[in-house]
Design a protein around this ligand. Structure first.
Ligand code: V47
Ligand code: SF4
Length: 381
């Protein structure tokens, strides 16, 4: 049933209903407080249901942050540590293998691996993180390294990004997660993470990964010092890459958590409200017309907002998750892990049909002795 549109959204509603692409200015309208959120959400839901029907995707996954010691000092980061700090750690082979064994015992199909750039770690150590896990637990998909890490490996080895990615694929890398994107616009990026891989390098890494046949995710860190125009610029840059390669599979809007980090403390920033979170979800679904999936990462949003997000553009809530540090260090109060029964109940309560997928969006069917993978789930238009 078509509802009457508020005046400000009428032209955008027409475009969305006709399946037309939205412009930068349309994005700013969607961001404006005069655009009623329920209506923005309804439009996003239209696109979400066109692409993904009533599916509510999740996976069984775990995290590995093999070190938190980092040469960089991104002002939003509560996870990093210096070598001399008590919280600094660096995992060696046994601990990494133990994490793999635990993952497989828990039925995980994916391990999400990112971490600090330890000044004493050689490239071979980072490669070994991947090869150890892949050789010993070949059913585990390794979604690992952001462009910040790939760029660092390129500096360590003095080899191009393409060489690093090829070498990582040979070691067992399965795909790239979405991190390290933050805000692409230089006005903001230089204030929050001046030294690490810049926007050009982020795109070069993902573009090269896609050329090599890897899929990747993408993110945006919102709710700090950026403005609406920086967020829309960010989404349009991602949309342009996707037009070029088609390799992005999921976009995850990341709500800034202000605790225990310089950016939050110095600027007295409060965590984004649920209404801001829902608007970011919906705007992304509407602007990223060529990306199949939008993820409401429950660890970061909280379970209630993630459930609501399934009606505001999102079709995925990430996984059961285990060993998450980045958000919990920055003040997240969500549980550290959710059982399959609970995650399915959360999705069902939101009115969606829970579907277990693997990292590459193939349907997972559980069997008595493990799981089998179906065809890639194809999104609609
Ligand atoms: O790049 C760091 C963000 C990202 C904070 O690909 C923070 O499936 C909020 O990329 N407040 C890493 N955000 C996490 C990430 C991710 C998460 C879930 C799923 C996937 C995926 C990727 O976390 C970093 C940065 O943007 N981050 N500190 C903070 N204080
Ligand atoms: Fe280091 Fe990553 Fe934290 Fe930046 S976000 S300080 S690169 S661990």
């Amino acid at each position: 049933m078509l509802r009457t549109s508020s005046e400000i959204l009428a032209p955008i509603r027409e475009k969305v209903e006709a399946g037309e692409r939205l412009s930068f200015d349309d994005g700013l309208v969607l961001e404006s407080p005069e655009a009623p959120l329920p209506e923005v959400g309804e439009l996003a839901n239209l696109v979400r249901e066109r692409k993904n029907g009533n599916a509510g995707y999740y996976n069984i996954n775990t995290h590995l942050n093999a070190t938190n010691i980092c040469v960089y000092r991104c002002s939003f980061c509560a996870f990093r540590s210096d070598l001399r700090e008590a919280k600094g750690y660096w995992m060696q082979d046994d601990a990494i293998l133990e994490r793999g064994a635990e993952a497989v015992a828990n039925g995980c199909t994916e391990m999400h691996i990112v971490g600090g750039l330890h000044h004493q770690a050689k490239y071979d150590w980072y490669r070994k993180v991947i090869s150890l896990l892949h050789d010993n637990y070949p059913t585990l998909h390794l979604k690992a390294w952001t462009p910040v890490e790939i760029d660092w490996f390129s500096r360590l080895t003095k080899k191009p990004i393409r060489w690093v990615l090829e070498d990582q694929i040979e070691a067992g890398l399965g795909s790239l997660p979405g991190g390290g994107a933050e805000i692409f616009h230089p006005e903001i990026r230089r204030q929050i993470c001046e030294h690490k891989a810049d926007t050009r390098r982020w795109f070069e890494t993902h573009r090269t990964a896609h050329e090599l046949g890897l899929r990747s995710n993408c993110t945006m860190l919102y709710g700090h010092i950026e403005e609406a125009r920086h967020r829309i610029d960010h989404l349009i840059r991602l949309r342009e890459l996707q037009d070029e390669t088609g390799g992005l599979q999921t976009y995850i809007p990341l709500a800034f958590h202000p605790e225990n980090n310089k950016l939050g403390i110095d600027n007295h920033i409060k965590k984004p409200t649920a209404l801001m979170d829902l608007r970011q979800m919906a705007v992304a679904r509407l602007m990223l017309d060529n990306v199949d999936h939008i993820k409401a990462y429950w660890i970061m949003l909280g379970i209630g907002t993630a459930q609501l997000a399934l009606a505001y553009g999102a079709d995925d809530i990430d996984g059961t998750v285990r060993h998450e540090l980045i958000y919990h260090d920055a003040g997240a109060t969500t549980p550290e892990v959710m059982s399959v029964a609970d995650i399915e109940a959360v999705i069902r309560e939101a009115g969606r049909d829970p579907i277990e997928r693997d990292t590459l969006y193939r349907k997972v069917d559980r069997t008595a002795d493990g799981f089998t993978l179906g065809e890639k789930i194809t999104a609609g238009v």
